[in-house]
Design a protein around this ligand. Sequence first.
Ligand code: PLP
Length: 410
Amino acid sequence: MTKIYPQLDIPETLAAGPGPGNTDPRVLERFAKTGVADHMQKDVLRGMIEAKEMLRELWGTENVYTYGVAGTGWSGLDCVLSMILPGDKVVVFPNGTFSGIDGLTIRMKASTREELAANPLDPKPASVTMVVTPHGQSVSGETVDKALAELKPMWAFMAHWETGSGRVNDLKGFNDACLKHGVMGIVDAVSSLGVADFSIDDYPGVVAWASCPQKGVLSLPLTYAPVSFTDKAINLVKKRGVYTYVHHPILEARHWGVIDGKDTPTPTYHRTHSCYAVAAFHEALRIILGYGRRRKASDYAYHEKALRQAVEAMGCDVTSNMTSLVVLNLPDKLKGKEKELVQGCRARGFGIWPTLSEPVQVRIGILNQLSPEQISEITSRFADAMLGMGAEFDKAKVMNGLKSYYAKAA
Ligand SMILES: *Cc1c(COP(=O)(O)O)cnc(C)c1O
């Protein structure tokens, strides 16, 4: 017997979490209106080459090995972290959920066979040290410098923006410490690319970067996780190899027209890329570059401040400093009800999130919600949810405060 379900309908929700962000209609249109064409058709290949070049522009880099890895953020991270081989000495600086998972990936890759077999799902290789900064705090350059001076590893790893706790980590401090101690840095830039204004070529101590399609790049309809490698990283891969075909830093680049360290107009097959994904990703990059990286970063900061002040006026305590996300503690009266509050919002199509690891907090994001109207909608729906659970504040006063913030700025 075959079971056929009814057609799958997924409603439109207000994506107001850490990610995915609200996809621009232009990206969806490119996705839906692209003709079927194979992965070696000339316009598909041209689109990949153009996307590669726009990605270098967005990320501020001349790294030739800058391209997209098909899939989600973890796909790009798997590609860059594949450079870490069993027994490599690594220091990881986690400060929340995502850098914690990065740490797990690194521990899996750095494990010897015996270390992996001893604890296959959560290995603890002797060559990897986790230097944990508590949730809600940023990784400081001092912490990195001290650990690298003492441990002298081959690799160091940090998230640029830790989305689990909403914290911006000290990229310059990390970079400087890597340079000072001769360590190769790897950075998870999943949450910062497309939101923050930074150029990776300003951080030569970092040899590899990975991001994702669904956050600042705003190209969810499953597209590409941007990655970028310096020549130093690629030379190491050339010399030592990695244990993957599909996420191989050198082989994967061939389809984007990067062969033998150089751009070429004639890419070669690596895997069957989707014409729809290429067109969507290409459009997403066009949108961000058209908006302008600097302007986008300042718009995020401006609207994050508006939302932050509004939730503070509701009695919440904000502990994050990312500009695409507000991570907050509820007022005392609602303590312990974070998950219930979030579930209630989600049931009504208002997609906010709790933290995914302890402590339990509420996360509200503003990816691609860069207008007073959109921030007001998020504020209003969050206020209703809080009031519905017994919070005590005057909603009209909160909404007026928001209005005057925008009026003052205008
Ligand atoms: C979202 C996120 C990831 C994972 O990305 P996916 O697209 O879910 O694979 C990794 N690292 C950070 C910092 C993130 O914010």
